[in-house]
Write a protein that binds this ligand. Structure first.
Ligand code: GUN
Length: 298
């Protein structure tokens, strides 16, 4: 039996088209504006930022990239964040991670005003998610939840195993799944015998960055496997945390890399930016008006 491939890329295209229509409907003089800050010249980060900006343009979101040298003082970065916090023509602020070692990432995350925190990493937004009352939701987990929903994958009562506990993916992913009434196991580098957990998973979300570490014997038959990892091997090929060819025939569903989770992450960022804009321009949204038709807030 071939497992269904969960094609994030196709769903992302559809969701972005819906979003573009929603934004166009308003015929806005001032479009939503996302400011993306990048420190240093890490090629992978530059590529991610370029992709985000390209997709912004395609749906009608203005984006500005601010590039800082690798040795930028933390105060300079914080001052720029503060400037955009105070600027009403900036609706979303994203600081691409990881940051150089001399910068306190948590201080940067907390410097962004929660209403413009389109990454959803600020303690306020993570706290809202933890209390099952989310506002701006971390993009990768939010994108994955939309993918699971699109493929009608049951979550309630399922055992979801999350590999990784980062603020970007593992932790908010666990909170999302918990809010959707799954039973959660979170594994990380100090977990003994990870396979003991992965073999119990109805849903396995892996965000370890260990290329192709998950093989067929890590899962039971029918597991839904969501691969957040992305690594470029020395031979130039791009792979995830999952050994796709051996796992795909045993899994009940599996995301490819590339073309699975990545495009859904970008989609969620665009949705968050629109949502941030809407809530900052509340006069555009009379009560009870449906302002964005495809944000189903599951
Ligand atoms: N680096 C890798 N993923 C992300 C993300 O979702 N947001 C930010 N800001 N940086 C990242």
């Amino acid at each position: 039996m071939n497992s269904p491939i969960l094609i994030g890329k196709d769903l992302a295209i559809h969701k972005q088209q819906v979003l573009a229509q929603d934004i166009a409907k308003f015929n806005l003089n001032t479009p939503p504006h996302l400011v993306v800050m990048i420190v240093g010249n890490d090629p992978a980060s530059q590529l991610y930022v370029k992709t985000k900006q390209k997709r912004c343009a395609a749906v009608g979101i203005l984006s500005t990239q601010l590039t800082f040298n690798n040795d930028v003082p933390q105060e300079t970065l914080l001052a720029s964040i503060q400037k955009h916090n105070d600027d009403p023509s900036t609706h979303g602020i994203l600081v691409q991670l990881p940051l150089p070692k001399h910068i306190d990432t948590q201080a940067v995350i907390e410097a962004i005003v929660p209403s413009k925190d389109v990454d959803g990493f600020h303690p306020f937004n993570l706290g809202r998610l933890a209390q099952n009352s989310p506002l701006l939701r971390p993009c990768t987990p939010y994108g994955i939840m939309q993918l699971l929903q699109h493929y009608a994958i049951p979550i309630q009562g399922q055992h979801a195993v999350v590999l990784g506990k980062s603020t970007i993916v593992g932790l908010p992913m666990s909170l999302e799944l918990l809010a959707a009434k799954a039973t959660i196991s979170i594994c990380h580098r100090h977990t003994h015998d990870i396979m003991q957990y992965t073999r119990q998973a109805d849903i396995l979300i892996t965000a370890t960055g260990q290329p192709q570490m998950i093989r067929a014997d890590h899962i039971k038959k029918g597991t839904i496997v969501i691969d957040v990892g992305i690594t470029r091997l020395e031979n130039g090929s791009i792979v995830g945390d999952v050994h796709f060819d051996s796992v795909k025939n045993k899994a009940g569903g599996i995301t490819p890399v590339p073309g699975g989770v990545g495009p859904m992450t970008v989609t969620a960022l665009l949705q968050n930016t629109w949502q941030a804009y809407i809530s900052q321009q509340s006069q555009l949204c009379p009560k009870n008006q449906t302002h964005y038709s495809d944000l189903d807030g599951q």
